[in-house]
Every structure is written in C-alpha cells, then in structure tokens.
Design a protein around this ligand. Structure first.
Ligand SMILES: Nc1ncnc2c1ncn2[C@@H]1O[C@H](COP(=O)(O)OP(=O)(O)OP(=O)(O)O)[C@@H](O)[C@H]1O
Ligand SMILES: [Mg+2]
Length: 328
C-alpha cells in the first residue's frame, strides 16, 4: 500500500449498538450506523450534530471504550478491530488520547497536577522517575500554564475551569499521541476563555502535527477550527465537506438547517432547531433517511431506502436521495 495515501486513521462503515430495555425485553439502540471518514496528521476534523446524534459514541469507539458492531477502523492502514479485537493495546492507547467535556470530573481532586501528568509520562515510557517532574513542567508550559512551577503542585480545585482543561490537555499530550479526541472540550468553559482553548488546540496541531477530532455543538467553533466537518444525525453521517464549503454550500437539507442557524443563534446547537419533532427512534429505526420526517425536500425514496453516501466533489460526500438522483 502507498504509505503517502494511507490515512492516519480511517473509519469504514463503523457501527455500534447498545443494549437497552428490560432484562426480558432487551432491544438494540443503534447509536452509530455505517460511519466512514478519515483523519490525517496535522488535521482537525469537526464532528457536529444535535444532542444524541452519536458524536461522543464516535469518540468512544475510536478510543475503544465501547465495542463496535460492524465496520473497520484502520490506524496507519492496520485494522485495529482485527489486530486487537478484544481491547486496545497500550501502544494504541498511547497514540489515541481523549479530552473530555468536563474538566472538573476528568481530574481526580485528591491528586496534584504533577501526579496527573507524571503518571502517563511514566506509564508510556516518556520519562523516568528522575526527569518526570521536569517533563511535566515543560508540558504545562506548552499548554500555557506559566510559570509552570506555580501550577504543578496545585490540586484541581484551586484551578479555574480553563486552567483545569489545560491540565487535561497536558495530560493527553504526555504520551506523545498522534490523535486527540476532543469531546466538546470548551462547552463547559466560560465563553470568554473558550477561544483561548481553541487557539491552543490549533497551535498544538501545527507545532506537533497532531490530528484532532473536534466534537462540538458549536458550529461557529467548528467552522473556525476544523479543516473538514462531518455532520451527524441520528447516528448516521449526513454530509462531510471541507469546512468552508460546508458553511457556504451545504448540500444536505439537514446541513442547510444547521448552517442557517449559525448567524441566527450564535451557532450553538444546545437548543432545538425549528421544525424539530425530536430525534427519530434509534431503537428499531424507521426505514429510509432518518431526517425524512423533518425534511421539506423529500422524494419517495426518503421514507423507504437509506440513502447511500455519494461523492459530490473532492472531499465532499453526502447521504441524500436528492443528490443521488442528480448524479445518476
Ligand atoms: N452506554 C450507553 N447505553 C445506552 N445508550 C447509549 C449509551 N451511550 C450512548 N447511548 C445513546 O446513544 C445515542 C447517541 O449518544 P451520544 O452520546 O453519542 O450522542 P451525542 O451526539 O454525543 O450527544 P450530546 O451532544 O448530547 O453529547 C443516544 O441516544 C444515547 O442515549
Ligand atoms: Mg456527546
């Protein structure tokens, strides 16, 4: 295989289901269905969609916190679901790190900042007991906690939300990962410091060549930070396009609805959008396109057949019967 053409990470038709319902009536909730996209070194891919669309599930699938029920997940061309079927190896976990939404919950209140950062350094062989403290100080400086000596012996409760999120980022950087999965990393932060954290992530991808999966409700932030954006709805990928193109010329009626919301509502998806009858059922989903009930441009196939993902142009894919019909 041509190494230059092999993406760092590739998801191919990745699906997962959760068991829900009672003990005697177990049912399957299809949280993601046939999700496919790539993530390359130095690239930021945004994942947007309303609550329950499967965004966090994608991050949890990639970090192997939840099992897949189908598809392939290739890291440097190697399908990790085949080579490491039961659980991710330490090597995989080193390469793929996660930053969570809640900087309060993700740090242990009984431990100091030093402990949080030295632990992954030691676990992944990136420092020895002798130099772990100086390596941790360097990481704190890298994430903008300066002078680092003022922060390293603090406990999380004495830090602000933004400082805590920077500690979480330093911890994620400690194993020298290739990929950071950032699940709503700024949504619990004060609006005034969100931009600083986004700038830090952007800076890190440039300086370290990190690949970042940036999951967000905030369309304006996705537009600002991401190179490409994946739009999710009810567990399915509706569209993927370069960020500029998605904002200017969204092809899927759902993306059009989202993008129309950017200037009007400050670009956040925390409140329901207009004409929202609620998320379609993920348990026993209806046949056809999940967005059909909200769509004003439906054709007959929308309620009977799941639209295939088709290529509209370079890096631009959409799952919509309107476009399937036009390209045939
Ligand atoms: N462990 C689980 N067991 C059962 N259902 C789950 C589990 N995790 C997620 N789900 C369900 O899967 C669907 C997708 O959830 P997910 O957390 O991925 O959505 P999301 O897009 O991240 O939403 P939000 O924007 O609110 O964070 C939801 O219906 C959710 O209730
Ligand atoms: Mg989520």
């Amino acid at each position: 295989m041509n190494a230059a053409a092999t993406p760092l990470l590739e998801l191919r038709d990745v699906s997962t289901s959760f068991r829900v319902g009672g003990f005697f009536t177990p049912r399957l909730l299809k949280a993601t269905q046939e999700v496919s996209f790539t993530l390359d070194r130095g690239e930021i891919v945004g994942v947007v969609g309303e609550s329950g669309s499967g965004k966090s599930t994608i991050a949890r699938l990639i970090s192997r916190l939840v099992p897949t029920t189908g598809g392939a997940m290739l890291l440097d061309g190697d399908d990790v679901l085949v080579s490491e079927p039961r659980r991710a190896s330490l090597a995989y976990r080193r390469r793929v790190q996660m930053i969570f939404q809640d900087p309060f919950g993700s740090l242990n209140p009984v431990h100091t900042v030093a402990h949080h950062i030295e632990r992954p350094l030691l676990l992944h062989g990136k420092a020895t007991k002798e130099n772990a403290r100086s390596a941790a100080l360097e990481l704190l400086d890298d994430v903008g906690l300066r002078p680092a000596e003022d922060f390293i012996d603090q406990h999380p409760h004495s830090l602000s939300g933004g400082q805590r999120q920077r500690v979480a980022i330093a911890r994620a950087l400690a194993p020298e990962p290739d990929i950071i999965l950032a699940d709503e990393p700024t949504s619990m932060l004060d609006v005034s410091i969100r931009m600083d954290v986004l700038r830090l992530l952007d800076d890190l991808r440039h300086k370290r060549g990190l690949a970042i999966l940036f999951i967000t409700h905030d369309l304006a932030a996705a537009k600002h930070l991401a190179d490409r954006i994946v739009v999710m709805y009810a567990g399915r990928m509706m569209e993927e396009a370069p960020a500029d193109q998605l904002v200017k010329e969204p092809a899927h009626p759902y993306s059009q609805l989202l993008m129309a919301a950017v200037p009007r509502r400050g670009g956040s998806l925390h409140d329901p959008l207009p004409a929202d009858p609620g998320t379609p059922p993920l348990v026993d989903p209806r046949p056809g396109c999940p967005f059909a009930a909200r769509c004003r441009q439906t054709v007959a196939a929308c309620t009977t057949t799941t639209p295939p993902v088709i290529q509209l142009g370079p890096g631009h894919r959409v799952a919509c019967h309107l476009h399937t019909a036009r390209t045939q």
